[in-house]
Design a protein around this ligand. Sequence first.
Ligand code: GLC
Length: 735
Amino acid sequence: MFKRYPTFKVVVTALLFMQQLSVHAQSTTETKINNLIKKMTLQEKIGMIHANSSFTSGGVKRLGIPELVMSDGPHGVRVEYGRGWTVLQDADDSGTYLPTGNTLAATWNPKLGYAYGSVLGSEAKYRGKDIILGPGINIIRTPLNGRNFEYFSEDPYLISKMAVGYIKGVQDQGISACVKHFAANNQEINRDVINVEMSERALRELYLPGFKAAVQKGQVNSIMGSYNKFRGSFATHNAYLMNDILKGEWGFKGVVISDWGSVHSTIQAIENGTDLEMGTDLRLMYNTVSQTTATTNNVTKKSYYDQFFLADSAIAMVKDGTVKESLIDDKVRRILRLMYKTNMISGKRTPGIYNGKAHQQVALRVAEEGIVLLKNSNNILPIGKERVKTIAVIGENAVRENAMGGGSSQVKAKYEITPLQGIKTLIGSNANISFAQGYKIARGQGPDQALIEEAVKNASKADVAILVCGWTHGYDYNKWDDNAYDAEAVDKPNMDMPFGQNELIKAVLKANPNTIIVLMGGGPMDISAWENDAKGIIQAWYPGMEGGNALAKIIFGEVNPSGKLPYTFPKKLADVPAEKFGEYPGINGNVEYKEGIFVGYRYYDTYKVEPQFPFGFGLSYTKFEVKNAKVNSAGNKKYVSVNIKNSGKLAGAEVLQLYVHKMDTKITRAEKELKSFTKVFLKPGETKMITFALDDSAFQYYDEAGKKWAIEAGQYKIMIGNSSQNILQSLLLSR
Ligand code: GLC
């Protein structure tokens, strides 16, 4: 082999050398870490495994070990709190406000996930942060969860693909991501006390895969333990989750960081995998700490931070032999590993960029690719801007800025283009644009007849009306805003449109059928009151600082929409499996996921419950033809290919989704499962052949009895579609 291909020999030698280099480098780092630990006192070790301020943990100055500096959040570096819990004034903390997680997921574009993470990592680095506390990837089990806007999807495969890109983007900037919240934090109601129960199959097939991919494919440096209990013990120090699965089966070598105040026991945190305790000061401040916080010698502590579970109490337990110091050493080792991996000790970190134009372009791109066109009857969209002379923009959400809302994921945006601003910028002086508030944002507020009349008057005089409604964030985390439907620590009461929006929408549609409905927010609403009468409906999520520009470009056709729903929009709350079978928000502090694996389309498609808009759904201004599905095998891999053509007149992108169905299954399985997808950009008339590579994971289910992944022999139907319910090609293959 080598004689005939000398270059081959050079390549192989080089690869082997590089591999030896990296193995050598790792062992050198491990040696350095062990040498450092040998020099540290117990006090110094303990100082590293708990907070010493709101978002920092201790270093060891004499040994050149810096503090660890963390910051939220998943879609932008949070406003600056310094070392306390009050927003600093005059800080240099107005940065890039990216579209929220569900907008990113709706792009179905892992490359954008990487770009998104790169922006976040670069801005966090500029702000002096070592860890950015994102992405949030909890499964969207119920549309009512207040934090769905931060998360990605109901499907673990889509979550995995988007999260890995995001994490690599952050960490290639030389800082750490922190994937959260591990695990089963799927609601905000009673989030810090509820106990979650679910089948092992649901855990393995739905709730863990995103985290497993983050660890094994994304090499994420840290992971955040969640507030809730799991099968009876707090997730942040849950032996099964942290020791057996995360650090055992998955081989995680990074840092388990608690959520802020999610540690409840010294011995459990030490023995069950918590490496860094954060946020217990919040509990101590509000005196909600559980009685197990030891205050040795009954001396009033000089600071909250000494009262942390992994502070003085931990020192006492090592000293009296209750726990081995080696358990503390492992936590310190993990933190030092993260520090070495991100050049915190060598100090060779490159500078970050803040508010770069390129960052704002990424925010725009994600919004353009994440906004979803849900309905376009009679091709009312796009609106030709030369065709309209008067445009009525209606709705408080058309002028509302969202960046500082939502809780810990808040961002002080350098700027935020609202829908009205975006429309004005694009239209310029080509048309007369009116604005009417339409509705008041106030919890419990019903229809405001005066506002409706004003909106109707404007709409009836306009060539086209654009009615921007939907859910709302709060304005500011510090000033609790009771109007926050999409926010941390709250869940929505139902799917009903608040503030009398239904009455407004019906009245405006009646006054002008050429009205486009734009829905903002973290997820579906019950739109049955007017959906039939609306010709154009757009889902715009919280599209970030460039969101208004992206929305305007889509409405007026400068951008061809390509977003796809990352979770099902059900017709009504009663259709949601978590509502129907699942127990939500729980009974006496216990919530059992009785729906098991039947979450989202896995439920609706199996039980034939028609959603308002299905998983993976989104329209385009052009048309695509998908043909010639074929399958080839090589070893145990299957290669499924199709041709896709843009048969329309506009350039556009389609997301081809590959679902797998087991024919004549002998076990309980969902009707279909997403096992691959790709976003294809095509010019008018262009054709591409797309090939999907399917390995064992595409066919596996988790065998609870055998405690292992298994494959049923027999026939499988491979379905390729542009939503879970619109299958364009299918074929059979055997495994
Ligand atoms: C919050 C959130 C978590 C956030 C942390 C720090 O309670 O659950 O996502 O990163 O505390 O603000």
